[in-house]
Design a protein around this ligand. Structure first.
Ligand code: SF4
Length: 207
C-alpha cells in the first residue's frame, strides 16, 4: 500500500490548463529540484508540509468524486501536481484501483525521479505533462541544481513505452539561462525521440 499523500491544495473545475476536460488538480508536497525561478515554491517549503492534509487514496477519492459527472461528460479527471507528482507513484497507482478506469489521470512532472517510479505508473496514467527545463545538460544543472540524466533516461523510457499522444512536453524560455538556439536544440532532440506535442512558453520572472 502507498500510505498517505501530503496534500497542500485541491482545485476543482479546471478547464484546459491541466489536461483534457474538466479536471481537479491535486497538489502534493515534495520536489527533488531547486529551480531558480520556481513557480510553486510552497510545494517544497518545509513549512507547507506542516500544513498539508495527509490523505489515503480512499479519502482523496471521497473528496473528489463529487465531480464524477463532469469528469465523465468531458473526458476529464484528476491531475496530480506539485512539486513532483511522480514521487507519489505508489499512491497514484492505488488511487487508480479505487477510482476505476473511467477517469482520466494526468501527472505534471519534471521526470526527475527514479526510473522505477515512472515504470510504476505505466498503464495507470493517461497523460504526462512534462516540464523539461532545457535539454542542455549545463543549462539544466545550472537552473535546477541537479544532474540531468534522470530526465533524459525517463524521456527515452516514455518514448519507447507510451503513445506520443499521451505526452505533452513544455519547453520554457528561461530568462538568463537559455536562448532561442538552446530551445531549438531541445525541440530537435525531443522530435528525434518521436514526441509531437511540444509547447514552447515563457517563464514569467517574479521579484
Ligand atoms: S520542478 Fe517545479 S516545483 Fe520543483 S523546483 Fe522546479 S518549478 Fe519548483
Amino acid at each position: 500500500m502507498s500510505g498517505t499523500l501530503p496534500v497542500f491544495g485541491i482545485e476543482r473545475h479546471r478547464l484546459t490548463t491541466d489536461g483534457q476536460g474538466v479536471t481537479t488538480l491535486v497538489g502534493a508536497y515534495g520536489c527533488p529540484l531547486q529551480c531558480r525561478f520556481c513557480l510553486n515554491p510552497h510545494a517544497w517549503n518545509p513549512d507547507t508540509l506542516k500544513k498539508c492534509t495527509q490523505m489515503t487514496p480512499e479519502q482523496l477519492y471521497e473528496k473528489v468524486k463529487i465531480d464524477n459527472l463532469y469528469f465523465l461528460a468531458t473526458g476529464g479527471g484528476v491531475t496530480f501536481g506539485g512539486g513532483e507528482s511522480l514521487l507519489h507513484a505508489s499512491f497514484i497507482t492505488d488511487f487508480r484501483q479505487i477510482c476505476g478506469p473511467a477517469w482520466r489521470l494526468t501527472v505534471e512532472t519534471s521526470l526527475h525521479v527514479p526510473r522505477q517510479k515512472l515504470e510504476q505508473v505505466q498503464g495507470v496514467v493517461d497523460e504526462y505533462i512534462v516540464d523539461i527545463k532545457d535539454m542542455d545538460e549545463g543549462i539544466y544543472t545550472a537552473y535546477t541544481g541537479q544532474p540531468q540524466p534522470p530526465l533524459k533516461e525517463n524521456l527515452q523510457l516514455l518514448a519507447a513505452s507510451v503513445s506520443p499522444e499521451q505526452v505533452h512536453i513544455r519547453i520554457p524560455r528561461i530568462p538568463s539561462y537559455n536562448t532561442e538556439e538552446n530551445i531549438r536544440a531541445s525541440v530537435a532532440w525531443l522530435q528525434e525521440l518521436g514526441f509531437t506535442r511540444l509547447e514552447v512558453f515563457a517563464y514569467i520572472r517574479r521579484g
